[in-house]
Design a protein around this ligand. Structure first.
Ligand SMILES: [Zn+2]
Length: 74
């Protein structure tokens, strides 16, 4: 279980927005990226995060479109 304290420290690696706990994953309150939680440790790797509906790549994220986050060229 992720504690409220840890949750309050974590932000989305893309737009630096707060995250909310959604059952077994963390969801960005802004762009909607979903980060899996494995063994109580959130996997904050953007490359392994699940894209929100309607997004086909990281460049489709709201925070990237607004210019607040950048996608690695790699
Ligand atoms: Zn985000």
């Amino acid at each position: 279980m992720i504690s409220e304290e840890l949750l309050s420290l974590l932000v989305c690696p893309m737009g630096k927005a707060p995250l909310r706990l959604d059952e077994h994953r963390l969801v960005c309150t802004r762009c909607g990226l979903r980060f899996a939680i494995q063994d109580d440790i959130p996997n904050m790797l953007v490359e392994e995060a699940e894209l929100p509906e309607g997004c086909h790549s990281l460049s489709d994220l709201e925070c990237v479109g607004a210019g607040d986050a950048k996608v690695d060229a790699s």
